[in-house]
Write a protein that binds this ligand. Structure first.
Ligand code: ATP
Length: 297
């Protein structure tokens, strides 16, 4: 095992009856790095999170958290987690929850610092049950970070957060990584993964399909996106040279192309009504869709 890694999974296989959720997955997470864990529904992301938290053991392979067995007291003391749902006592206030949780940790963060990182200063005295869904998510985030974890697992942390809270959460996650935490974040928001992740791991069918910085993942798909108003039907657009996908985007159509200039020439030759033309570089979302498409093709 890699002693320097904050988390290491090696050759992990995990099955639920006949369903192979993880199929020989190996992954090491470094301190100070935010890793975005991406993948379609059923890819195995939550299974990996469950293994890191010691909820279950792999049927084959090994998982270590800071050299400890996941779920052990030592590993739990070093891990903070924000899962997709949490059952917290409705009658306790935000500050009471945080004080209680901090009391489990030897080097817990001061309450004011935790409140500030999660944007909860104004809500410290409010009962948890009287908070909105997004505010409750921020409390769950605060609980995950209050013990100064060396490994922070965030399972779809932005779900239910408004745009401003989401940006604030991203900033807080960045601060925690800069302090040295190894952060693993699952998300379906590729904009979030792109904005926040130092590294992106794309899972599909329990295996790693791609692993690299957002820029490296984008570079694996030498595609560009072309949007325009066109009178051609989608089938004609899909058949243009270089085009790998065509789909409606509001009034316009979005084409993904491997050869932008060639596609553009053919498009203009075939349709003299083309308007509102816009050519953009590949976003992480396009690259991920392309990689998944190639896998299933
Ligand atoms: N408790 C369970 N019993 C049986 N099968 C399960 C169980 N939990 C997960 N699975 C199956 O294991 C596979 C991986 O599921 P997992 O929840 O890890 O995926 P995921 O990537 O987290 O998906 P999502 O994005 O939908 O949350 C899926 O095929 C799922 O149906």
């Amino acid at each position: 095992m890699d002693e320097a890694a904050a988390v290491e999974a090696r050759d992990v296989v995990h099955c639920y009856g006949p369903v192979k959720a993880l199929d020989g997955l190996s992954l090491a997470l470094e301190a100070g790095c935010v890793t975005g864990l991406l993948g379609p529904n059923g890819a195995g992301k939550s299974t990996l999170v469950g293994l890191l938290l010691g909820r279950w053991r792999p049927q084959a392979g090994r998982v270590c958290v800071c050299g400890q067995l996941p779920g052990s007291l030592a590993a739990r003391a070093l891990t903070g987690a924000m899962l997709q749902s949490a059952a917290l006592a409705a009658q306790l206030t935000v500050a009471e929850h945080l004080r209680l949780h901090a009391s489990y940790h030897r080097a817990a963060r001061p309450l004011e610092q935790t409140l500030a990182l999660a944007g909860l200063q104004a809500l410290a005295g409010r009962r948890y049950g009287a908070l909105s869904g997004g505010e409750q998510r921020r409390v769950q985030f605060a609980l995950a970070l209050c013990g100064r974890p060396r490994v922070l697992v965030l399972d779809e942390p932005s779900a239910a957060l408004d745009a401003e809270s989401r940006r604030a959460l991203w900033q807080a996650v960045r601060t925690l990584a800069d302090e040295g935490a190894a952060v693993l974040m699952t998300t379906h928001l590729l904009e979030e993964a792109e904005a926040l992740s130092d590294r992106v791991v794309l899972l599909a069918a329990g295996r790693c399909l791609a692993d690299g910085s957002p820029a490296q993942i984008r570079a694996r798909v030498a595609a560009q996106s072309l949007q325009c108003l066109s009178s051609l039907p989608l089938e004609r657009l899909r058949a243009l040279p270089g085009v790998t996908a065509a789909e409606p985007r509001g009034r316009r159509v979005a084409l993904r192309t491997q050869a932008a200039e060639t596609t553009l020439r053919a498009l203009l030759a075939a349709d003299d009504t083309v308007a509102e033309l816009e050519l953009t570089a590949t976003r992480l979302e396009d690259a991920v869709l392309d990689l998944l498409h190639r896998e299933t093709a």
